[in-house]
Design a protein around this ligand. Sequence first.
Ligand SMILES: [Zn+2]
Ligand SMILES: [Zn+2]
Ligand SMILES: [Zn+2]
Ligand SMILES: [Zn+2]
Ligand SMILES: [Zn+2]
Ligand SMILES: [Zn+2]
Ligand SMILES: [Zn+2]
Ligand SMILES: [Zn+2]
Length: 673
Amino acid sequence: MTQDKKLEILEKLTYHPHNGAKVLSKHTDKVILPEKILHSLVYLQKLHDLSSLPHPLVFRLSTPSQNTYVGVKEFHDKDESSIFLSEDVSKRLNICPPIYDHIEETAEIDDQVESLSIELALNVSAIDNTTKKAIIELAPRENYRVLDWKSFLEATLPANYTAVTTNDVLTFDFDQQNFVLDVVSVKTTENIRTVCVIDRDIELKIKTPSGSEDKSSSEPNDDNDGLLPGEYVDLFGDKEGEIKFGERVKLKIGPAEKIVADGEFSLAFDQFVSNSRFEIATMNQPEKEWANETDDEINVYVYGFRNHDDSLGAMKFTIVKEGGQDKDDRSEILDVDSVRCIYCKNIIKASSKVLHENFCRRNNVLCPEGCGEVFFKAVPPTHWHCCLTYGDGEWSKQLHAEYMHDDVNLVGVTCKLCGEYHCTTKYVLSQHVSRECPKAIHECRYCHLVVARGVPCGESRFYGVSLHEWLCGSKTTECPKCNKIIKLRDLETHLKLHDMDRLNNTIPQVCSNALCVNVVETVNANAIGLCKDCFGSLYSTVYDPDGKKLMQRIERRYILQIKNGCGFCDCENELCGSSAKCKVPPQTRESMAGVVKFVKGEVMKEVLNRKGLHFEFCVSSSMDQRRRFVSMFEGGEWARGWICKSNEASGNDVNAMGQWLENHAVTNIEYNI
Ligand SMILES: [Zn+2]
Ligand SMILES: [Zn+2]
Ligand SMILES: [Zn+2]
Ligand SMILES: [Zn+2]
Ligand SMILES: [Zn+2]
Ligand SMILES: [Zn+2]
Ligand SMILES: [Zn+2]
Ligand SMILES: [Zn+2]
């Protein structure tokens, strides 16, 4: 009998829309069931001696015309037949949604009472399906500001829903915003239209709405070139390339590296950098560059200012080692034949010095402001100096004035987002938006939603996070390693502690029988390092202070093993008479005397040479099987002790063993550090 049959239950339940005594959130597929259902299941479990009930419990709920799959929020003891539904579930069943205002029950209302059938849906429950992958394709109804749908849904989907069916509508309430997604399709290897989303390997595919770019969600920017918030081109590790005017790129800059561009840009550490939001911008410095002064490689987002002087459409950039490619540095390396022209500062041949400098004196002029630029005949009127910077062209001068001198009338500028922050220049205002404005959007490091930062509270300020992140980080999650419930904001530190614990572990000791992969508890191990199974027949209560008697028993075991074999023809032991791999010559094995001589000589000599920590005793065929799995990992990142331990913990499953090793074992490289 299959488990399906054993746990078969079919009950009639009643649903009263007006019975709002148990309040469920609107958007969930979890229902509240009478305890009677749980009692029936536990009864059936005991009756059929089942080790556990399926987890999570998924039920199929139906009216005469509709059906849907639901999970369980809790069980109630109010009566034996009432079921409480959320708005979502009532909609799926096409019946009246729950009404929470308590009204005296009247005959009129009783008309709305629905009779529902409920049965356990074992084909959907995760019990047998955890290893099989399911693909769920979802289509958000609108262009929500969610950058990473997968992270968002991985956290919110199982919290609200238990099972997902093709054509379902999923709704998530988050930060006073509704996110509505249509389930386009559910694909499983079993061809079932419904999958349980709890404790199961789910691949999510997101279909973004096409052709309906939602510009209204953009931050109110002066001129953000129609760039959607957070939209950027990832240039990965590129060390040189182009930044289109009015666009963002994501770059990696190593320690002591700098980005050098041939146009004006702004830069920030998140994807929302723009012409009105940045950490730094170049209009107040002559060099169009920014250096990474940290010790780490960091991701930066760079916005290219639209250059009205230029029809190129893009600026070029390179990422160089700081000080590595400076013109001045290079020009110091003068060879004997070269000199520097005192007028244009170029390096010229010593032999042509007089001729060149005569020409230069008459034709070239050095900027009198000291910027070092050289011009033909005269400094052009487009060359400008202001504050500590200078440039060429009307446009760059205007840009400088726009960002650095908005205070000409001494009125200053006010933040358009929060309406509260006031400062003297657009440059400082753009830094406010990038760093702290409570109304500016940011991507939450925990839920990955793109939301406003919120007005900071004392704690959020202290921890250097936004208010949203402070609240979000206060939510709890289960540690994937120890299942402890911890705050999201503590998870990173908590996982680091796990990692430190992991690194403190020594390599587990394995049974000294080379054919056995059992891990031995070092505290109560026997003197010769064998596991309990392998030591078993060698155990004796006879007084044996110097271990001589034990050696005799080992000798006898080898003699019998070689002479008679273990009786298992697939045995891989080279010192076993049954094994095809037996290395003892057949003529030696023919007589008892020959075997005894062989064991006393070669075998026991080997045992004593190795200080008794290497044996070759026959093992069961299941141990042979386990050893084959262990050998698949040998010679790799981990010591044999760790591999054996992973097999003990995860069974004969290559993926599970690999996963276990990643999570718990210390690699050979880590030991050497
Ligand atoms: Zn010159
Ligand atoms: Zn100058
Ligand atoms: Zn200035
Ligand atoms: Zn502001
Ligand atoms: Zn969040
Ligand atoms: Zn933990
Ligand atoms: Zn063993
Ligand atoms: Zn054998």
